[in-house]
Design a protein around this ligand. Structure first.
Ligand SMILES: C[S@@+](CC[C@H](N)C(=O)[O-])C[C@H]1O[C@@H](n2cnc3c(N)ncnc32)[C@H](O)[C@@H]1O
Length: 214
């Protein structure tokens, strides 16, 4: 299924990820060997139910931690380039994931389709994060869980001020990435009930957000 990309900003994000897809895994590999590994398994451990949607799956790094036997997995991403690598990873890991190219801001699923919706390091680059979070809420079943591993504005005043100052430059250079978002505020604004925030590092930049559709 192909997605209609309705705004130029999202088109720019897509082009950026199509371009960096061949080197993405190499860029993140040091972090993957370290803390990201345990954070990704934590993300899966918090998911509930059988029908799981992963939004912004990228090259499928989370698939390595998925329980594909007890879950029906669907994963979407905006970038065909990133999905090509996700497809290879899925084949190598011999797990079954329904992979679809789709914009999280315009999901082609019925309301109340999934027991859990998960995602990692996604909402820093979604052009209209609140629209995406409202879509996540829409496709989640009532009582279902939303689990997001995200980075955002540091809670440390000095680091936070530096991040705010650097954000326009980072966004301009990358064409996609924002380093000063407060994703937890978007989660609340979307109408999901934010149930838990696990701070994953001392600066308060990395967080695991657990929310529920009520
Ligand atoms: C930093 S990467 C993270 C990929 C993966 N979740 C991970 O943890 O490695 C961000 C991903 O979000 C995807 N993305 C950005 N905007 C999106 C959107 N509007 N809809 C769906 N995916 C999007 C990008 O294509 C990219 O694969």
């Amino acid at each position: 299924m192909s997605t209609e990309i309705e705004d130029g900003a999202t088109e720019t994000v897509k082009r950026r990820y199509d371009r960096i897809a061949p080197i993405y895994d190499r860029v993140v590999q040091t972090a993957e060997r370290g803390r990201f590994k345990s954070w990704r398994s934590l993300l899966w451990n918090k998911a509930e139910g059988k029908e799981i949607l992963e939004v912004g799956a990228g090259t499928g790094l989370n698939f390595l931690y998925a329980d594909a036997i007890n879950h029906n997995l669907t994963a979407i991403d905006l970038s065909d380039g990133m999905l090509r690598y996700a497809r290879q990873r899925m084949a190598k890991a011999q797990i079954k994931v329904e992979l679809l190219q789709m914009d999280v801001q315009n999901l082609h699923f019925q309301d109340d389709s999934f027991d859990s919706v998960i995602g990692s390091f996604l909402f820093c680059s979604v052009s209209h994060p609140l629209t995406g979070l409202k879509e996540v809420k829409r496709v989640c079943k009532p009582g279902g869980k939303v689990v997001l591993l995200e980075h955002g504005l540091s809670e440390n005043r000095v680091i936070g001020a530096l991040m705010n100052a650097a954000d326009p430059i980072v966004a301009w250079v990358t064409g996609a990435e924002h380093i000063n978002r407060k994703i937890e505020e978007g989660v609340v604004e979307s109408g999901l009930r934010l149930e838990n925030i696990t701070k994953l590092d001392r600066t308060g930049i990395f967080k695991l957000l657990e929310a529920r559709k009520i």
